[in-house]
Design a protein around this ligand. Structure first.
Ligand code: NAD
Ligand code: MN
Length: 363
């Protein structure tokens, strides 16, 4: 029997509601594994409420408190009353960058039974994966504001994007390695090297060099604005899409909306060397507009639990959980964001029930 130590950080808003449901699914799966695996979960109350009480999003030694866990299961941060840059940098980015979780994978999956936002002849068979550079780029945190000019109408602010050859190379190699595991082996690189002549041109050069090591993988390149259109017009061209921190973030909201809703998109922030724990979270934020109502779609966060199971070496369980999610949407058990009438708990209950059903089908 293997016991996995989870650091659970529900965070703010609907983060709390969906992580509670994700943990219910994981505990259920552990229980029915009959001793094959179990979870020892530590909960951390970090987030905006913690900030308002303690003046910090997480403890100073927060990273040390979770460094030895096998994985981090994360909800979302952000709530009215705390500036978004404080909540993001104080917790989520502190963990991603502090643990060098430099690869963020964000699958775009078109689940059955979900209303299609995309008019495409092969919409049921579309799926691609975004690989987001997760440690530098536009999220380098380098810049400053001209405080002398503050309030004068002449203030100047600089926000720099940092691209290192090593940072570009590792994420691009990661994308090529991932492409090799898929049926269609193709990587599309996204930049804006017409307008951004330093960092993006370095990225392009690294992409050209690394691609020579993968002659079996088809390559393509797009400017990010054209890629936004491609998501809608020719999504059949997409397989593995690799992009910088900001561009991939924007494209992943577009991808999840096309696939139905922000609420269905899962993600994994990986430290591929496994020197530090990786973090699993939905793509969406804390959704203050629906927080506390019990109507949030839990699928993104439960799908992130499937990515976590896979990362922990439980590939079969991960596949079964994904099948149970797909069976649930196929049955029309959908939250409001997908045009349904079910609530967060009901969708989770159905997923748990369908775990048994897909198990029988597999036998
Ligand atoms: P958001 O993702 O929270 O919400 C955007 C829209 O999608 C809202 O209308 C919301 O109701 C809807 N939505 C999101 N998730 C849903 C779900 N599971 N089920 C149903 N509907 C869902 O983005 P936002 O409104 O731009 O940001 C809100 C807060 O979240 C901000 O403070 C922002 O900084 C933060 N944020 C945090 C993360 C994170 O922690 N990873 C990511 C994005 C935004
Ligand atoms: Mn985002």
């Amino acid at each position: 029997a293997k016991t996995f130590r989870l650091a659970v950080i529900p965070g703010d808003g609907i983060g709390k509601e969906v992580v509670r449901e994700g943990m219910r699914v994981l505990e259920h799966m552990a229980e029915e594994s009959e001793g094959k695996f179990s979870f020892e979960s530590d909960y951390f109350p970090w987030g905006c409420e913690y900030y308002l009480e303690n003046g910090k999003m997480m403890d100073e030694d927060g990273l040390e408190q979770i460094r030895n866990h096998d994985a981090i299961y994360f909800g979302a941060v952000g709530f009215p009353g705390v500036p978004d840059h404080i909540s993001l940098w104080g917790l989520r980015l502190a963990i991603c960058q502090g643990f060098d979780q430099w690869a963020n994978i964000r699958p775009v999956e078109f689940l059955p039974g979900v209303p299609r936002r995309l008019n495409h002849p092969d919409v049921d068979n579309l799926n691609w994966v975004l690989v987001r550079e997760n440690s530098e780029g536009e999220y380098s945190g380098i810049g400053g504001r001209n405080f002398a000019g503050r309030g004068t109408g002449n203030e100047v602010a600089v926000q720099s994007a940092l691209f290192t050859e090593k940072g570009c190379e590792r994420i691009i190699r990661f994308a090529f390695d991932l492409a090799r595991t898929r049926d269609r082996k193709k990587v599309t690189s996204v930049t804006k090297s017409n307008a951004q002549q330093y960092g993006m041109v370095l990225w392009d050069e690294v992409f050209a060099r690394v691609s020579k090591d993968y002659p079996d993988v088809e390559t393509d390149q797009r400017l990010v604005d054209a890629m936004a259109a491609e998501f809608v017009l020719h999504p059949e061209e997409l397989e593995v899409v690799v992009a910088s921190n900001l561009f991939a973030d924007i494209l992943s909201d577009l991808g999840s909306a096309l696939a139905g809703s922000l609420g269905v998109a899962a993600s994994a922030n990986l430290n591929p060397e496994r020197r530090t724990p990786s973090m699993f979270e939905s793509v969406h934020g804390s959704a203050p507009d629906i927080a506390g109502k019990g109507v949030a779609n839990p699928i993104g966060t439960i799908g992130s639990a499937a990515l976590m199971l896979d990362h922990l070496g439980l590939a079969e369980e991960a596949a079964r959980l994904n099948n149970a999610i797909a069976e649930t949407t196929r049955q029309g058990i959908l939250t409001r964001d997908l045009g349904g009438t079910y609530d967060t708990v009901e969708v989770t209950d159905a997923i748990i029930q369908n775990l048994a059903k897909v198990k029988e089908q597999a036998h």
